[in-house]
Write a protein that binds this ligand. Structure first.
Ligand code: ADP
Length: 738
């Protein structure tokens, strides 16, 4: 029997739900299942009528980049009753649907679970009522459910991210960055209220990403009675130290230690009274749910949708329902009810005032982020203990500029100073280190860096050789540099590696060094993400969305060229996030016969009504079959059926303010790098590493392994985890099967 799958979106909408629906519909069709959209959430299930519609390949075309949910969402009180669920079961049996994928928050998933548990009894009741025949009932002994978490709050236990949370953070950082610039002009104080009833994720990560000055979240109420005094005192001290603005971020569920909600007007009143100045309040409200999904949310939802179909097709009757999550960058299946229970336990702990428990149920990265934030907002570092051994740690940027370099630099410099060490900033990369362009950084010298693109320290691509190394050795000695943090891309790694291999010649290179991956190309070994790649992907996605819109009425194929050097990450992930039908990667090579096939497919498509073609080409996919060649070939072969336009995106991919994801990761990695260096200094060792998230954890790879882990000729790692996503991206962007 063909599996017939229903899909619905329920509860609060979240950006990325459409991408998930698209992936579910197309994957299901590809696997021979039939798929039905149930419009308006559970309400559509209860009401039936026109709400249950069979989907085909093209019915989910053009929705990947849309915010909200095109199949509608609703809150449905009837589904909370057995009567409502009885109607739903009848409608599902009538439509022959035997599996349901629910995209929603913990409420919606709870509902799904209740429904599944009741299924046998609902069917028995329907048989008793004569609504379903005994034979019909026999075909539906069980009902499979798979959940996807659509929730901008990122409040679901067991998954690192929920659908919509990254986009909501985009909206928050855009708004807070904008507010910060006006606040700084007038030296004003702003209170910004963000969503999150029981979960402070958006507030905390938003505050960390924007360099806000205070945050109030539900899980960690201020630990003192006079929190208003403490907050005001801190803000005042910040101003005195030279800050031009004060930004307080408040989660809607924030409360004091007695459980009383703290509203934005409470914060405003306290601040106005004590600071004796006007305090402005901005409520971000539904803006956070609005707008297009970010690159990350499009990819996340696509992969989750794909995984959900696999899970529902594999489900056996006795299996517990699962919810699809992402853990350490990999799809995972979690037991649905247990995860819902754990999620609700956090809310219960918050409501019961057991904040310690609430915090303990949050992930370790959440707790770490909170601790880091508390240091970053200090007006000045903790005073240095007189007996403390102070190390002199130098920070530099190297390689091409990458958004997030400043965020990482700021975090490292402040955290280092707060731990009592002397932080030295090196201007212009290794060239600056040769030229002794080094200065001691102060707490306020990195003010505003959290959100700023480019490289405030300056960066160059120079990899030191020969005499350069002498000059560097002398500066390290003269400046008594104890450790070196290198934030950058390929050239940065090469330079650090060159210092490492030259240790026998230059004893002063016997200091601990660490490389923090920062390159839009995402081509560094030992790290699945490098800082800046997410920002570049968002720039690509924005540009391609606009390019696609420009061609609504014509039959046109765009060939979009993206950066990456020899690494196809931006091309593939950009392709997945924009629905490109073809990506050209150096890793796979480009053959003339592939191009011929592509032309034929394009001709076929345009001849049967298609209006737009989108191909994404990595800048180095093939030296001969370059963008110009491909365009000429397509143009010639496309004859009068379609025309072709190249779009070379160029340096806009390196620019822009860092995305929230890049800011958060930059801060996290910088903290870990600094701890590593301090640890080495304390032990008087000088191991050197490059850091990165890989296979589910943060790893410190021995720098000596650099050349063993890379394909040096093509400047990329030997192992590239994302290549396995190629088949999913290609599948979903196919033309409708005939
Ligand atoms: P979210 O899914 O975003 O958490 P809600 O909590 O409002 O949003 O739930 C959305 C819908 O899911 C509800 O309107 C209701 O139809 C259904 N639902 C929620 N909880 C239950 C439950 N315990 N039993 C049955 N249905 C439920």
């Amino acid at each position: 029997m063909t599996k017939r799958i229903g899909v619905l979106t329920s509860g609060g909408d979240a950006q990325g739900m459409n991408a998930a629906v698209r992936a579910i519909v197309r994957t299901a069709i590809d696997r021979g299942a039939e798929v039905f959209a149930i419009y308006e959430g559970y309400q559509g299930l209860v009401d039936d009528g026109d709400y249950i519609k069979k989907m085909d390949w093209d019915s989910v075309g053009g929705i990947l980049q849309l915010g909200g949910t095109v199949i509608g969402s609703a809150r449905c009180d009837e589904f909370r009753t057995r009567e409502g669920r009885l109607k739903s079961a009848k409608n599902l049996v009538k439509a022959g649907i035997d599996g349901l994928i629910v995209i929603g928050g913990d409420g919606s998933l709870t509902g799904a679970n209740v429904f599944r548990q009741e299924w046998p009894s609902l069917i028995a009741e329907l048989v008793g009522m004569g609504e379903v025949s005994a034979q019909g009932a026999a075909e539906y002994p069980n009902f499979s459910i798979v959940g996807l978490v659509g929730s901008i709050d990122n409040d679901f236990t067991g998954t690192d991210m929920t659908i919509g949370a990254d986009t909501a953070l985009h909206r928050i950082t855009e708004a807070v960055d904008a507010i910060t610039s006006t606040a700084a002009s007038h030296q004003r104080t702003f209170v910004v209220k963000v969503m999150g009833r029981n979960c402070g994720y958006l507030a905390l990560m938003g505050a960390l990403a924007c360099g806000a000055d205070w945050v109030l979240i539900p899980e960690a109420p201020p630990d003192v009675e006079n929190w208003g005094d403490v907050m005001t005192e801190r803000l005042r001290a910040g101003r005195k130290a030279g800050r031009r603005d004060s930004i307080v971020i408040l989660a809607e569920g924030a409360r004091d230690r007695h459980g009383n909600y703290i509203g934005s007007s409470d914060v405003q009143r306290v601040l106005e009274e004590k600071l004796n100045e006007e305090v402005r309040v901005t409520m971000l409200g539904h803006v956070q749910r609005g707008g297009k999904p970010s690159a990350f949310d499009r990819t996340l939802s696509t992969l989750m949708g794909y995984e959900a179909v696999k899970a529902i097709l594999e489900a056996k009757p006795e299996d517990e329902p699962v919810v699809i999550g992402i853990r350490n960058n990999r799809m995972t299946r979690l037991p649905l009810m247990e995860s819902v229970r754990k999620t609700q336990a956090v809310a219960e702990a918050v409501n019961a005032g057991d904040y310690e428990r609430a915090m303990s149920l949050r992930s370790s990265s959440f707790k770490d982020a909170f601790n880091t934030f508390k240091t970053m907002v200090r007006a000045l570092p903790h005073p240095v203990e007189p007996t403390k051994k102070r190390f002199r740690i130098a920070v530099l940027n190297a390689g091409a500029p990458s958004p997030g370099m400043n965020t990482a630099g700021r975090a490292a410099i402040r955290l280092g100073m707060d731990a009592g060490h002397v932080m030295l900033g090196v201007r212009n990369g290794f060239e600056g280190l040769m030229d002794d362009d080094v200065e001691e950084m102060t707490w306020m010298s990195v003010s505003g860096w959290a959100s700023r693109g480019g490289s405030a320290l300056g960066t160059t691509r120079r990899v030191p050789k020969g005499r350069d190394l002498y000059a560097i050795a002398r500066v390290i000695e003269d400046r008594h540099i104890d450790a070196l943090l290198v934030i950058g891309g390929w050239n940065a790694y090469e330079a650090a590696f060159s210092m490492l291999t030259n240790r026998p010649n230059f004893p002063s290179f016997n200091i601990p060094m660490i490389c923090l991956p920062a390159s839009i190309n995402n081509n560094l070994p030992g790290s699945e993400f490098s800082i800046g790649a997410d920002t570049a992907l968002n720039s690509i996605v924005d540009a391609v969305d606009k390019i696609k819109q420009s061609a609504v009425a014509t039959r046109r194929c765009f060939v979009v060229e993206v950066m990456g050097n020899y690494c196809g990450y931006l091309a593939l992930m950009g392709g997945m996030a924009t629905g490109a039908e073809r990506v050209y990667l150096h890793e796979e090579g480009v053959r003339l016969r592939d191009l011929q096939l592509d032309v034929e497919k394009l001709l076929d498509g345009f001849n049967s009504g298609k209006r737009l073609g989108l191909m994404i080409r990595n800048e180095r996919a093939n030296e001969v079959y370059n963008t110009e060649f491909i365009c000429s070939l397509f143009e010639e072969e496309g004859r009068d059926v379609f025309d072709v336009r190249p779009a070379i995106l160029g340096h806009l991919q390196q620019g822009g303010d860092p995305s929230p994801f890049d800011r958060i990761q930059a801060t996290r990695l910088a903290r870990m790098c600094l701890e590593y260096l301090i640890g080495q200094c304390e032990k008087q060792e000088f191991n050197s590493s490059f850091i990165g998230m890989q296979k589910g954890a943060i790893h410190f790879h021995d720098l000596r392994d650099f050349d063993r882990m890379i394909d040096g000729e093509h400047q990329r790692p030997k192992e590239q985890w994302w290549l396995e996503l190629k088949s999913i991206a290609s599948l979903l962007a196919l033309q409708a099967p005939k």
